[in-house]
Design a protein around this ligand. Structure first.
Ligand code: G6P
Length: 362
């Protein structure tokens, strides 16, 4: 059938979509470039960002995890406070809003009912909304005031991969363009850094054997697995744990490194896999301290660090990229490790049990 053609020589859509990520990042840079070569976002969207005193990001699942990274990008570059909310919670538990809120809905499909319920609610209250989506003309795009497209191409696998990195890339461009309009100096060339990201993603996609081996070494027959990180690595760990649980059915959880001692460490047993991310200089020593704590209790540590921050014995060292953009590459090994873990365990990678690609009921 038609879907077989689209999959090409790939055994699964998920693997194909992971591999498409470098292309998608390059495409996004191209789509958001003005004639003079600078990155560009529609003036009315930038004006809406500029006028708001607080941004409320609303999303579900993987898109929520992209939103957490987006908060960091917008706060650090554009210096506007950002709250990130799970759509289904926001609907019934509306927080106190600032005077001039701007809502950003992040949704790959543009059809998620939980997110739409919030959109309808905030529109009824007269607030402005921007939808960041992969699907032009989708419900969330039509009903919002503004839309930014992901240009990621159709995502078929239920477990989202290229949409997540596309969402972060588009959010980074929105953050940088808004920053500029607010007179905040960005001391790096984002288009160039995204090019470096695309190249780094390519390198990672060429190292699939390493990730297959890691999946075998750490996840072949484990009951559970924990992801730890600090700062932005924590957010990527949440996404890594979601990927793993969605498709391999391993009970996986992401934690902030510092929170381990407040509870999760009780779960560490002999051989429990701990996947630790270390891409941030400022927390490099503290996350490694956390790894030592769990290793002392028998954990099997898989440390994914970034070039320049690596230490002896790290499991995998990522190519060096700009420290604000590390989620774009640190998530790739986690996607691939999840893929191979699911494969080895005989799971239906593209169509995991109980899950739907787009959830149109609340
Ligand atoms: C479903 C999918 C997830 C996705 C979530 C949000 O649960 O299985 O992969 O992250 O919906 O979807 P959206 O289209 O709004 O990003």
């Amino acid at each position: 059938d038609a879907s077989d053609i689209e999959k090409g020589t790939y055994p699964h859509y998920m693997l194909k979509e992971i591999d498409e990520q470098p292309l998608v990042i390059r495409k996004i840079v191209q789509e958001y470039r003005a004639e003079d070569g600078s990155l560009h976002i529609d003036d009315e969207i930038v004006a809406a960002m500029k006028e708001s005193d607080r941004v409320y990001i609303v999303a579900a699942g993987t898109s929520y995890h992209a939103g957490l990274v987006g908060k960091q990008l917008i706060e650090k570059m554009a210096k506007i406070p950002v709250e990130v909310h799970i759509a289904s919670e926001f609907g019934y538990n509306m927080p106190l809003l600032s005077e001039k809120p701007l809502f950003i809905f992040i949704s790959q499909s543009g059809e998620t009912a939980d997110s739409r319920a919030v959109l309808v609610n905030v529109k009824a209250q007269g607030y402005k909304a921007l939808t960041i989506t992969n699907v032009p003309g989708s419900t969330l795009s039509r009903e919002a005031d503004y839309t930014l497209l992901l240009h990621a191409g159709p995502e078929i696998a239920v477990a989202s991969t290229k949409a997540y990195t596309a969402q972060i890339a588009v959010l980074s461009i929105l953050a940088a363009v808004t920053a500029k309009s607010r007179g905040h100096e960005i001391d790096f060339d984002l288009a160039k850094e995204l090019g470096i990201i695309a190249n780094a993603m390519e390198v990672l996609c060429d190292e699939k054997d390493d990730f297959e081996q890691i999946a075998r070494d750490f996840l072949a027959d484990t009951r559970n697995a924990f992801f730890i990180g600090r700062g932005i690595d924590y957010y990527v760990g949440l996404e890594g744990s979601l990927k793993l649980k969605e498709i391999s059915y391993i009970q996986a959880e992401g934690f902030a490194g510092g929170e381990l001692k407040h509870g999760t460490i009780a779960l560490i047993e002999d051989g429990t896999p701990i996947i630790a991310l270390a891409t941030q200089e400022i927390v490099n020593l503290s996350i490694r301290g956390n790894v030592k704590e769990v290793v002392a209790r028998g954990a099997n540590p898989c440390i994914i660090s970034m070039k320049g921050l690596e230490m002896n014995g790290d499991t995998f060292v990522l190519p060096e990229v700009h420290e604000l953009l590390t989620p774009l590459i640190s998530v790739v090994p986690l996607q691939l490790i999840s893929y191979y873990a699911a494969l080895h365990r005989g799971c239906d990678v593209d169509k995991p049990r109980n899950l739907a690609k787009s959830v149109t009921v609340e």
